[in-house]
Design a protein around this ligand. Structure first.
Ligand code: 13P
Ligand code: SF4
Length: 317
């Protein structure tokens, strides 16, 4: 139990959740402590699905801003709270609406698919949103000849191009966490742990993806470690996910893939880690910071997200 300033944060959060009919949705990259007080823990797709269907009056999002905005867009009637508005995303910020409009104009006649890791103004410019859990399937659900724009992640984009063989113009953005994993350090770890399987998020660079035993979204990586019979894994994504892996299979070993700069600890997402138990308590108590989106913008951004949800439902994802 967490005690500080004479406040027992965990029991206070539990009390406030009940009193206010609030739920906490947490992404796998949150700390283990936060994941354990959440009502629901998941990847971007599962969190969006949960945000769209629940009976709470308040959703507190333990994650980053684009995730909380997606929850608000899907549940505009609910109060959506984010404990720290500075919890942004370097990938989302690598694509501005002004530059993206120019990119669309330079690549006319293409269906615009944007990764959910975008700011709301990019979703407004998109035909369909996707997550790393459903990107390949959503693109494969479109006619073979349909030309596509994919933004903003160049690594996930390159992964999708290789998987689907489709004609896709890919925006040149990246996540600073997933581009930081060191191929050399992973290969060295593999030499020392010959039994370990290398499991990789598709936002990682091509050389790291090329040595992967398995590539998938956070939930796919978790599912892989649940079902696979290996005893040990080198995990190339934000290490918060290892909390759930350990819970599911405590006897297996999970080694966080090292970053290129061994002094920086930068395989952790500094934006995700801005959320703390104390900030969650303050946020639930004060019901702020709140995510507010202009109604016209919200309705425009809703269309491509709803399209993603419909396609995903049809495909059983
Ligand atoms: P998932 O969609 O796999 O949860 O990934 C989200 C994310 O932010 C990856 O960096
Ligand atoms: Fe954004 Fe990367 Fe953090 Fe995911 S891990 S929220 S893509 S900065």
């Amino acid at each position: 139990m967490k005690k500080n300033d004479n406040i027992d944060y965990i029991s206070e959060i539990t009390r406030l959740k009940k009193k206010k009919n609030a739920i906490i949705l947490a992404h796998y990259y949150q700390t283990g402590e936060i994941q354990d007080i959440a009502d629901f823990v998941g990847d971007s797709l599962a969190l969006s699905q949960k945000a769209a269907s629940n009976d709470a009056d308040i959703i507190l999002f333990a994650g980053v801003k684009f995730m909380a905005e997606t929850a608000k867009i899907l549940s505009p009637q609910k109060k959506v709270l984010l404990p720290d508005l500075n919890a942004g995303c370097s990938l989302a910020d690598s694509c501005t609406a002004e530059d993206f409009k120019k990119f669309i104009a330079a690549n006319p006649g293409r269906t615009v698919i944007s990764y959910v890791n975008t700011n709301t103004d990019i979703k407004v410019l998109s035909d369909i949103v996707c997550t790393s859990s459903n990107a390949v399937q959503i693109i494969e659900s479109l006619p073979v000849r349909e030309k596509i724009i994919f933004a903003p992640d160049r690594n996930l984009g390159n992964y999708i191009v290789n998987k689907t063989g489709r004609d896709i113009a890919v925006w040149d953005g990246a996540c600073h966490v997933h581009e930081e994993f060191s191929l050399e350090a992973i290969l060295k770890l593999k030499e020392e742990n010959t039994e370990a399987k290398v499991i990789v998020h598709p936002e990682c660079e091509l050389p790291v993806r090329m040595i992967a035993d398995f590539i998938g979204s956070t939930s796919a990586l978790l599912e892989f470690t649940r079902k696979d019979d290996s005893k040990s894994y080198i995990v190339a994504t934000e290490p918060g996910i290892i909390h759930q892996m350990k819970k599911a299979n405590p006897l297996k070993s999970y080694i966080a893939a090292p970053p290129k700069d061994s002094t920086c600890g930068c395989s952790e997402c500094n934006f995700m880690k801005l959320v703390t138990i104390r900030k969650i308590y303050n946020c639930l108590r004060d019901e702020k910071p709140e995510i507010l989106i202009n109604r016209d913008v919200l309705l425009k951004a809703q269309k491509p997200i709803v399209r993603m949800m419909e396609i995903s439902e049809k495909l059983g994802l």
